[in-house]
Design a protein around this ligand. Structure first.
Ligand code: C5P
Length: 218
């Protein structure tokens, strides 16, 4: 069987999973897909079309109209990474028809990574549970909420956003609750995922720990 090696990185916001996934992709020379950007792009497109991201009809129309092949261009838009983009993404992400519209692109990316890459790293919420349930390696990244809020606060501050740490923590807890309790693909570790807690790890230490996990599974 000629199966593409896939590393699935799931977890809640600001656990460090994006940085980790990107570094793993570079290390193994695999293609990388930040699936959160798909949901962010749909959320912002819904708002720009004059719709409410929590409205299934408006959000599904935006998801069906999204050209995921343009994701790299869309991701340059600073609104996607903003708190409004996070909130909109989490609202559209709770709608099953939106998830269905984005499924094929993600599965195709994993099965046939672009640019002739031999493997793929996908990061998101449901990669190990729904998108690539037979991924070679599944890592579920966790960290304490206060630590995650502090990291996200520093990121937003560096990006010039005018936010307080208390506001970031409150927004994050609202989003965590929605992401974890929703009926459609709730964020949870797959049964065969390895949990990596990054609360007390810096980016290098998290990367080393992830490499060790991949090494055990390869
Ligand atoms: O990973 P990121 O924080 O960019 O994701 C933004 C939002 O998109 C999440 O809060 C989640 O609701 C949604 N999402 C999702 N499934 C994914 C990736 C992101 O539902 N695979």
């Amino acid at each position: 069987m000629n199966k593409t090696p896939v590393i699935a990185i799931d977890g809640l916001a600001a656990t460090g999973k994006g940085t980790l996934a990107r570094r793993l992709a570079t290390h193994f020379d695999y293609a990388y897909l930040d699936t959160g950007m798909l949901y962010r792009a749909v959320g912002i497109a819904t708002i720009r079309d004059g719709g409410d991201p929590a409205d299934p009809v408006a959000a599904t129309k935006a998801a069906q109209g999204l050209d995921p092949a343009r994701l790299e261009v869309l991701a340059q838009d600073p609104d996607l990474r903003s708190p409004v983009g996070s909130d909109a993404a989490s609202k559209v992400g709770a709608i099953q028809a939106v998830r269905d519209a984005l499924l094929k692109f993600q599965r195709d990316f994993a099965a046939s990574p672009p640019d002739g890459k031999k493997g793929a790293v996908l990061d998101g919420r449901d990669i190990g549970t729904v998108i690539v349930p037979d991924a070679m390696v599944k890592i579920f990244v966790e960290a304490m909420p206060e630590i995650r809020a502090h990291r996200r606060f520093l990121e937003l501050q560096a990006a010039g956003q005018n936010v307080t740490q208390a506001q970031v923590l409150a927004d994050m807890q609202e989003r965590d609750t929605r992401d974890a309790l929703r009926a459609a693909a709730p964020t949870k570790a797959a049964d065969d995922a390895i949990v990596l807690d990054t609360s007390h790890l810096n980016a290098d230490e998290a990367f080393e720990a992830a490499l060790a996990i991949v090494g055990q599974k390869e």
